[in-house]
Design a protein around this ligand. Structure first.
Ligand SMILES: [Zn+2]
Length: 435
């Protein structure tokens, strides 16, 4: 006899189908229309049953030196649960050698113990000094398979230069890792003394993303490797990549974008509270946003780049002292589902797990972890709830597509009709899924 039977409507081969999910302990054992005995049956009724969202781009307790992002692994993951998010991938602090990588890893593991959802980490490199092969080998021994670099932020010594990027691409093939890149052309970014948040789009123009992305795509075409572009912001960047590098797209050149670029444009910066919409890369024009919608099918994953601050942290600062980042994990699915419908599900679950090597995550299939949520579709519903630490969410009050009523992680409900239930998140094992 199975522990739990969930009766519900699931997306199977692209069709919403009434079926049963059978769970034993932490694991899905069967998904079938056949009815078997179970100790407990839960009827999702009219709700859709969707695999738990995996957010591949999260910054909890990010230390910027002058300020720290306000969601820790606890508050951030509680917000996540209310948005149907059951797994997150956070980033280690950037380091330039293998010895510091181990220390950064241990430090992040200790912080992540507070997490309610399951978690994994991207290693992060800055202006590398050490032997890069040793660095990559060390990552692998720590069960990390993704490595983030920045093409910008030379002012804080975080930039990785072309020679090392090419070397890392070659290593990515040899060691089966994915290179994540924050892509902006460092030389095109201008931060003047007197600039305010209103100058952000001019300070980090869309061309700085486009030119650098094309250069890196060229490296991938020439030298091989797998590169994953984080937080694509510009529709023109996307169309340039699709036009120039169609052969490597979705294979060796992967693209992540975020809800904020689909939802807002530079217009909000000129309105009241415009400083609350500041992040890097910044918002783009309405024309750019339209382009993003037209080519949305070319995007491989959606992540939030969740990096929350308080209103007061954003107020009365010059651009050069502004902490860049917003929260978004609680409403990311609802927002993206409203924008693009069913097509976002795979790109927020199974594809994320495949690309980032998250073992047994992202699908309602036998052998996978029993991570899922119930989504009651309702047109015109207003997004509500802000369970993180920040005193604002840019998404609250906007239109959503339904309500998230239940969230299950490894067979246990952390959110149901009785509210939120405590849980201790687990580190996700790295590796390829069988399914
Ligand atoms: Zn980020």
């Amino acid at each position: 006899m199975y522990d739990v039977r969930i009766k519900g409507t699931c997306l199977i081969a692209g069709v919403w189908t009434k079926t049963n999910i059978y769970i034993e302990g932490e694991t899905i054992k069967e998904v079938t229309k056949t009815v078997f005995a179970a100790k407990q049956t839960i009827d999702a009724k009219d709700a859709l049953v969707i695999p738990g969202i995996i957010d591949p781009h999260v910054h909890f307790e990010l230390d910027l030196g002058f300020i720290k992002s306000v969601d820790d692994f606890y508050s951030g993951s509680v917000a996540a649960v209310h948005g149907g998010v059951t797994s997150i991938v956070d980033f280690l602090a950037p380091v330039d050698n293998a010895e510091d990588l181990v220390k950064a890893y241990e430090k992040r593991c200790a912080l992540a113990e507070k997490s309610v959802v399951d978690y994994a980490f991207h290693a992060t490199i800055k202006d590398p000094k050490d032997d890069l092969e040793v660095f990559v080998k060390t990552m692998k021994t720590l069960d990390m398979h993704t490595l983030k670099l920045f093409t910008t932020y030379s002012d804080s010594n975080r930039r990785t230069y072309d020679k090392e990027i090419i070397e890392l691409l070659k290593l990515s093939d040899r060691y089966d890792i994915v290179i994540l890149a924050h892509i902006e052309n460092d030389d095109m970014i201008v931060i003047e003394e007197d600039m305010t948040y209103r100058d952000l789009p001019r300070s980090r123009p869309p061309e700085s993303e486009t030119t650098e992305a094309l250069k890196l795509a060229g490296f991938v075409e020439n030298y091989g490797g797998t590169l994953y572009m984080v937080h694509l912001s510009s529709g023109n960047t996307l169309s340039a990549l699709v036009e120039r590098y169609p052969k490597i797209m979705h294979k060796n050149f992967l693209i992540e974008s975020c809800p904020q670029y689909f939802t807002f444009t530079t217009d909000v910066l000129d309105k009241e509270n415009g400083e609350l919409y500041t992040f890097a890369p910044p918002l783009r024009s309405e024309e750019e946003r339209k382009r993003l919608f037209e080519l949305a099918h070319e995007i491989d994953t959606f992540g939030t780049d969740h990096c929350a601050f308080m209103k007061a942290d954003k107020r009365n600062r010059k651009l050069k002292d502004m902490p860049l980042g917003i929260g978004g994990i609680e409403h990311s699915f609802n927002v993206m589902y409203r924008h693009l419908g069913d097509s976002v599900i795979d790109r927020m679950t199974e594809s994320v797990a495949r690309i980032h090597r998250l073992k047994n995550k992202g699908a309602l299939k036998a052998g996978y972890d029993a991570d899922l949520f119930f989504f009651e579709p309702e047109d015109g519903v207003r997004l509500e709830g802000n369970h993180g630490t920040s005193d604002y969410s840019v998404y609250e009050g906007l239109k959503g597509k339904g309500r998230i009523t239940h969230t299950m992680i490894r067979g246990t409900f952390v959110l149901d009709e009785n509210g939120f239930h405590e849980r201790k998140g687990k580190r996700i094992k790295g590796g390829k899924n069988d399914g």
